[in-house]
Design a protein around this ligand. Structure first.
Ligand SMILES: C[S@@+](CC[C@H](N)C(=O)[O-])C[C@H]1O[C@@H](n2cnc3c(N)ncnc32)[C@H](O)[C@@H]1O
Length: 285
């Protein structure tokens, strides 16, 4: 049975400009709270003492480690956010990184962050829509899409683009939300609207899309209980920094940021899963 949630429940379809504006508005405070990474966290349990920053870095490491990067390899960070993940790839692995995003704020912030980290030569950022990439075929040794495929208007087209620009034998890793336990569809629709998700595939459907693009899946994980399942720990951590963030951005901006994210918290914690998938472009087809 196809249990994926259709796009219409998640609301309007958005183009790259709309998505870019979405991130331009959310990324500055998101960047501050999660140290330059606009993705989820990974906490083992309620008593886990890791800070929000540590929990977010943990997820960065879990996803990027599956790429098996070697120094000098060229990585496409497709949907790079404000740059901390790319800096990790450059400084942690010695990889050359090209980060693309549709948010002007993120390009500027990521460029500044890489320069501050002394990684300006290795990590570069530019405007790019992963629906229509301008890179030649077989350009990259690896592709990372850390919580960015969720915004793809046409997932199969984006995977085909990523396949095209990856060299034969190259690796792709992505992580994203998945459909979890059955539950109130209205709560899921609020979640999807808030994040501008076009679909919420099950783990099996994520794997189907990946294989249909031609990739060979080599590893996958479902860690929803330690990610979306720990949303209460995120709320606790974010509230503990409210005064500090308000002092920097102002009360109105923080209130607006909270309002924009209200729907994120709507689903029951087991309704939304989280998948990490790693796959390879075959050497020959
Ligand atoms: C949830 S954020 C994740 C950012 C980053 N990967 C991280 O983990 O911090 C989603 C990212 O995908 C990017 N994105 C969404 N749609 C895109 C598109 N059509 N082309 C390129 N990037 C896109 C957004 O600009 C944003 O940087």
């Amino acid at each position: 049975m196809d249990r994926s949630v259709p796009a219409r429940l998640g609301g309007h379809m958005s183009d790259a400009a709309d998505i870019g504006e979405h991130y331009d508005r959310r990324s500055p405070i998101g960047d501050e709270l999660r140290d330059g990474q606009l993705h989820m966290w990974y906490w083992y349990d309620r008593a886990d003492p890791a800070s929000l920053t540590e929990a977010v870095h943990r997820l960065t490491r879990k996803v990027t480690d599956t790429l098996g990067l070697r120094a000098g390899e060229h990585v496409l960070d497709a949907g790079c956010g404000p740059g901390e993940t790319a800096v990790h790839l450059a400084t942690g692995f010695g990889a050359r990184v090209t980060g693309i995003t549709v948010s002007d704020y993120e390009i500027a912030r990521a460029t500044e962050r890489a320069a501050d980290a002394g990684a300006g030569e290795l990590a570069r950022f530019e405007y790019g829509d992963f629906m229509d990439l301008s890179f030649p075929d077989d350009t990259f040794d690896a592709v990372l899409a850390l919580e960015s495929l969720q915004n793809a208007q046409d997932l199969d087209r984006v995977l085909a683009q990523l396949y095209r620009v990856l060299r034969p034998g190259g690796r792709i890793s992505f992580s994203d939300f998945s459909l979890g336990a059955q539950g109130d569809p209205v709560r899921l629709a609020k979640f999807m609207d808030t994040l501008k998700l076009h679909r919420l595939p099950t783990l099996a459907q994520w794997l189907e899309h990946t294989r249909a693009a031609g990739f060979e899946v080599e590893e996958y994980t479902q860690c929803g209980p330690r990610v979306f399942g720990k949303k209460a720990k995120y709320v606790e951590a974010a509230l503990s920094r409210r005064d500090e963030v308000t002092a920097k951005f102002g009360e109105d901006a923080v209130t607006e940021f909270s309002r924009l994210h209200h729907g994120f918290f709507a689903p029951r914690k087991d309704q939304v899963g989280y998948v990490i998938v790693s796959a390879r472009k075959p050497l020959s087809r």
